[in-house]
Write a protein that binds this ligand. Structure first.
Ligand code: SF4
Length: 390
């Protein structure tokens, strides 16, 4: 019979606290305020929760929301796994978050996973091509509920992701403080220990959030956190038609903000472009993307070889993503040859572009598709963009 570690013995006098939303330093500080809990016990217990996946240890418990459904679909690079967690709404009713584990085969041939996290239940941003937008915003998630998705991936699903992207349900900049607290926990060496360079925050284009993130990047330990902008249309008329946020912050505002994105070695700036047939897929759109991107592709001298051509690296990359039709979508997915032709136009425009393969389309876990139909059916919320039109 295996002995139960001392810190896991029942301690009836202490109510266990959820530690998923706390860094180890914050957790230890708060443990010192609890009677009968030594610093080392608190830290060991914290590590066990994150590293071994125990649900309770010492003063802590893992307050991860329950996984209530898991869907799997094969892709050429491995199995895509979408999992649904149950969380309570502000009104006490049950809601669901969705997270997706996306397989990738790297240059070395090794298979890794990227975890796509949700930051809100639903979303207020109203992008017309997006499944989640159909729900409206139910509420923002806490740092613990965000980190809980990582904990569930690692310890319930059994896949420890290498990369994390905040590209699931919700606009992360709408929930900035909780998202940054979640990143602080995710990168904690006593916790998940995911390097900031492996974490990317996406935004629909909230310039105020991008500014706050720039300030964050100037803090030691945060320099290499990545940013992804969902561009999706390269002129204001088309972008405002599919992304209401553009009426508040237009492309010139965005470009200005991104031109002086902090330059730290290895930090990422990605521009995401969902290619939608008949909406944003003409030769002219490709030329306009070139215009938007050109100032963002300022060469940064590294001085590594002494050769000015080799000693430059491109700062921003465009990820070209074939549209995944949402339910009742007015637009189809683009044909393969149309994606290839658009890709070729971007190369002609000297855009640094990568093609993203669609994974998880059947289980509605691909980009812009998160948002569960029966969840939407229960509550529809008016779509509001801060300072913009509904
Ligand atoms: S694309 Fe992103 S920001 Fe836009 S509605 Fe969907 S979840 Fe919200």
């Amino acid at each position: 019979m295996t002995a139960v570690p001392e810190q896991d013995q029942p301690r009836p006098e202490i109510e266990r606290l959820d530690c998923l939303g706390l860094t180890s330093a914050e957790a230890v500080d708060s443990a010192l305020a609890l009677r009968n809990v030594a610093r080392n016990t608190a830290l060991d217990s914290f590590r066990r929760i994150f590293r071994e996946g125990v649900r309770a240890s010492g003063p802590w418990r893992a307050g991860a929301p329950d996984v209530v459904a898991t869907y799997r679909e094969n892709s050429p690079e491995g199995e895509v796994v979408k999992f649904i967690c149950r969380v309570a709404g502000d009104d006490g009713r049950a809601w669901e978050t969705e997270s997706v584990l996306i397989p990738m085969i790297g240059a070395s041939g090794r298979s890794t996973y990227t975890l796509c996290l949700s930051s809100q239940i639903g979303c207020a941003m109203g992008c017309t091509f997006c499944e989640t937008a159909q729900m409206g915003l139910i509420r923002s998630l806490s740092a613990s509920e965000i980190v809980g998705q990582w904990w569930n991936a690692a310890h319930v699903i059994g896949i420890r992701p290498k990369n994390i992207v905040f590209m699931g349900m919700g606009e992360p900049m709408d929930n900035f403080d909780a998202v940054m607290q979640a990143v602080a926990v995710l990168k904690d060496h006593n916790g998940p220990s995911v390097p900031p360079s492996q974490i990317t925050i996406s935004t629909v284009g909230r310039v105020d959030g991008i500014r706050r993130m720039k300030e964050k990047l100037d803090t030691p330990g945060w320099h290499r956190l990545g940013l992804a902008l969902s561009l999706n249309a390269p002129n204001d008329a088309d972008r405002s038609a599919i992304m209401p946020v553009n009426r508040k912050w237009n492309l010139a505002d965005l470009q200005r903000e991104l031109i002086d994105w902090p330059r730290y070695g290895g930090n990422k700036l990605c521009i995401e472009y969902v290619l939608i047939p008949g909406v944003n897929d003409t030769r002219e759109h490709a030329a306009q993307i070139g215009e938007f991107m050109r100032p963002l592709v300022l060469p940064v001298r590294t001085g590594a070889t002494g050769d000015p051509e080799k000693d430059t690296r491109k700062r921003a990359v465009l990820n070209l993503i074939p549209y995944n039709p949402r339910r009742n979508s007015p637009w189809p997915a683009p044909a393969e040859e149309d994606v290839s032709r658009f890709f070729g136009w971007l190369i002609e425009e000297r855009v640094f572009v990568k093609r993203r393969r669609t994974k998880g389309r059947q289980l509605m876990g691909a980009c812009g598709q998160l948002g569960n139909e029966h969840v939407r059916g229960r509550k529809l919320v008016q779509v509001i963009v801060p300072g913009g039109e509904s």
